[in-house]
Write a protein that binds this ligand. Structure first.
Ligand code: SAH
Length: 242
């Protein structure tokens, strides 16, 4: 009898992976994942059988993992959390075999990873919005950006900018500007908590999207966010001085 672990490996450094994820990887004899993500965990998966596919082959990867897990201990990996724009949903949707033993293991998602290097920007109500239109119409993405901005949520934009949709980030920021002060802090964090980390701080007024790409996340503060001693902070409501 096999087993399938659906693992969020965190942002891409072993020290930011949960002990539970590490243990499951060590226990597995087959690891399934996108090539670039397998590289992140290379130091702890020597000698194991690896099944990799390219970027947009999620369905093929999940089907293979499900099939292999009938007789093997298999881990399918996502970066960050596997339940946040990761593989957990598709695995569970594709699983028609009730007998399969599937365990979802959480990980540190990109917004938490980026927040930790910025300070405390997610201290109050916040939401994640992906700007990828591969499976979501752009009209719906824009509506969500608009309502999140109106609702004063701190917003984390995943998949902020790719070659195929160069204007979505700028257009999203224009929507947010209608609801927020010009000096609202905005950060681009590239490769949070992994090799190549970069932090770029802006305000809504002077924001430039040229450094944003698919390896970065953009965090936009709410009406109580501010920067103090280089730290991006969102007030939770404690009565302390700025
Ligand atoms: N399951 C992942 C998200 C996958 S979607 C998670 O929970 O984090 C892919 C997007 O996540 C990227 O385009 C980028 O916007 C963001 N991302 C993932 N890891 C990141 C990191 N270490 N630093 C910055 N952004 C990251």
């Amino acid at each position: 009898m096999g087993k399938l672990y659906v693992i969020g490996i965190g942002p891409g450094s072993i020290e930011n992976m949960t002990l539970r994820a590490k243990k499951a990887l060590e226990e597995s004899n087959i690891i399934v994942g996108y090539k670039r993500y397998i590289d992140f965990i290379n130091p702890i998966i020597h000698e194991k059988e690896i099944y990799t596919t390219g970027m947009k082959k999620e369905e093929e990867r999940c089907k293979k993992a499900l099939e292999l897990s009938k007789d093997n201990i298999v881990s399918i990996i996502s970066t960050g959390d596997s339940g946040i724009y990761g593989m957990a949903g598709l695995i569970l949707e594709l699983n028609l075999d009730k007998a399969l033993d599937i365990e979802v293991i959480p990980g540190i998602t990109a917004s938490s990873a980026a927040a930790s290097v910025l300070g405390a920007p997610l201290m109050h109500d916040n939401c994640n919005i992906s700007l990828s239109d591969l499976m979501t119409p752009y009209s719906l993405i824009k509506k969500r950006v608009e309502l999140a901005a109106e609702g004063d949520f701190v917003i984390s934009l995943y998949n902020p900018k790719s070659k195929g949709r160069p204007f979505y980030l700028k257009e999203s920021m224009d929507i947010i500007k209608k609801y927020r002060k010009k000096d609202t802090p905005v950060a681009i964090v590239k490769n949070a908590l992994r090799e190549g980390q970069e932090i770029h701080m802006y305000t809504l007024e002077n924001f430039k999207d040229d450094l944003a790409d698919m390896l970065s996340i953009v965090i936009i503060g709410n009406s109580s966010s501010y920067v103090k001693k280089d730290k991006f902070i969102t007030k939770r409501g404690y009565k302390v001085g700025e």
